[in-house]
Design a protein around this ligand. Structure first.
Ligand SMILES: [Zn+2]
Length: 491
């Protein structure tokens, strides 16, 4: 009897094991071939000089409006006109809003939806106190030891210059796109893109423009980015999280602190905050599936097995991912209490207490659902809450991680950077590209430059720089991608 039970258990276990292994083996996606592309004769040294010149224009986006730095934006526009004569001869160019630029190169088949390449002209300021940490002054555009230094060399003037270099080169080579090619360079991305990219998209919409593909910054090409994945990986942003700030408010009766109620307005608010922190929105490890599949065989086997069998290992995966705030943010809508205010003196009961709670919404969690969740967790009518602006955005729709447009992008990354995995992922922050989802189903985010962990700290940080070789590679990438995306890629 006992033997029979043992045999049954053993057989059941073997079936389970076979099932788990089969699912694991069929889990990873096949990556497109990585055939090297013929090198185009682009001039990296000239591109470096052009980037240096763009860096010297101090196009810092200002909370008081970009009119503050009007001269810098105008100087940048004049420099672009001088550096890219063919572009300015063959493209229609429009200034939108204050200083945003939209270029249009009519395709041979204008009835086909066009393709659009993004970058932004504005940069973040440099912290005066950190000036001595720069090897070269941040707006000098100094070229030293094979690097171009300065604010914007990694975010995002490298992209602005590389895409213009690529188009200038293609025009020189007599290339004629089938699809119309647009270049769109906002001037207030670092402030949310409200005057720039939002206006560009509204303009395109008013012209009835639909786009086949858009490429912006926001994705990463880096080494050692994912635990257990060796070598470089390209993570292409196929969507981004939403953004919502709720202001929580409690009103109290002002009075003398010698005869307080059991909970003051601040106490009531504190309790609500504690409830929200203790009860975040549910985590969903399945949000990571497209990325894990796209990594192909590059992820460690056990990791692939766990994700291929979330029905069995979902709980474990969730526990592991929630341990680290960075991985936790990829599988849930995050809750961050960021501002608190209340009270005026230590012997006066507060008449009011307020807090801001910032949520970054996972696709699938709508603003309405987050509000419902907050109401259910707080369970206290004394606490009122409402969304506060300026930024309120649902999570973006996800662009497809298969099909001709994505595959062509993936193939181009592998042609230029070698046989590395190109996986889709969810951008945790926000980019201007979210506006384009109104007129395009294929919005992708990737800066085609291979970064190290140290480089990533330079973005918005100290000693921002890019190597001349990396800039040259960016140009190669854009030349190839424009050739391919602007072709008749209708399947
Ligand atoms: Zn940027």
């Amino acid at each position: 009897m006992l033997t029979t039970i043992l045999i049954i258990v053993l057989v059941a276990f073997l079936f389970l094991l076979a099932f788990v292994l089969l699912r694991t083996l069929s889990f990873a996606r096949q990556l497109p071939p990585a055939e090297p592309a013929p090198e185009e004769a682009v001039d990296s040294a000239a591109a470096a000089e052009h980037l240096a010149e763009a860096v010297r224009c101090q196009t810092i986006s200002s909370l008081d409006g970009n009119a503050q730095n009007a001269d810098a934006f105008r100087a940048l526009h004049a420099a672009l006109e001088r550096m890219y004569p063919r572009v300015h001869q063959h493209f229609e160019r429009q200034v939108i809003g204050s200083f945003s630029l939209l270029y249009r190169w009519q395709g041979a088949q204008p009835e086909l939806p066009g393709v659009l390449f993004m970058a932004h002209q504005d940069v973040v300021p440099v912290d005066e106190a950190a000036l001595e940490k720069w090897d070269q002054p941040p707006f000098s555009g100094a070229i030293h030891d094979g690097f171009i230094y300065g604010r914007g060399t990694l975010d995002c003037k490298h992209q602005l210059i590389a895409v213009l270099e690529a188009v200038e080169h293609l025009l020189g080579a007599g290339f004629q796109p089938q699809r119309t090619v647009y270049l769109a360079f906002g001037d207030d991305e670092e402030l949310g893109g409200y005057q720039g990219t939002q206006a560009i998209v509204q303009h395109l919409q008013s012209q009835g423009v639909r786009l086949r593909a858009v490429l912006d910054e926001g994705g990463i090409l880096a080494e050692g980015m994912l635990p257990g994945v060796k070598g470089a990986t390209a993570l292409v942003g196929i969507g981004e999280k939403g953004y919502l700030t709720l202001e929580l408010k409690v009103e109290g009766a002002p009075g003398h602190s010698s005869t307080p109620p059991q909970h003051t307005a601040i106490g009531v608010l504190a309790k609500a905050i504690a409830h929200l922190e203790a009860n975040p929105l549910p985590a969903r490890p399945s949000a990571m599936l497209p990325m894990m599949r796209g990594l192909g065989g590059a992820a460690p086997f056990l990791m692939q097995m766990a994700f291929a069998n979330l029905w069995l290992f979902g709980g474990l995966v969730k526990r592991i991912m929630l341990r680290n705030p960075k991985t936790a943010a990829t599988i849930r809508t995050t809750t961050a209490v960021t501002v608190i205010n209340g009270g005026i003196r230590d012997n006066v009961l507060p008449a009011e207490a307020k807090a801001h709670v910032n949520f970054r919404l996972l696709p699938g969690d709508s603003i309405a659902r987050v509000c419902e969740h907050v109401r259910a967790m707080i369970k206290d009518k004394q606490v009122r809450f409402e969304p506060v602006g300026p930024t309120i955005a649902e999570a973006s729709p996800l662009s497809p991680d298969r099909g001709a447009v994505f595959e062509t992008l993936s193939r181009t990354v592998r042609s230029v950077f070698g046989a590395l995995p190109v996986a889709p992922f969810l951008v945790l922050g926000m980019t201007d590209s979210r506006y384009y989802t109104a007129i395009c189903d294929h919005v992708y985010r990737l800066s085609p430059v291979l970064l190290t962990a140290a480089d990533m700290e330079r973005v918005h940080g100290n000693n921002e720089r890019i190597s001349i070789a990396a800039l040259g590679k960016m140009v190669q990438f854009y030349v190839l991608l424009i050739r391919r995306w602007a072709a008749d890629m209708e399947q």
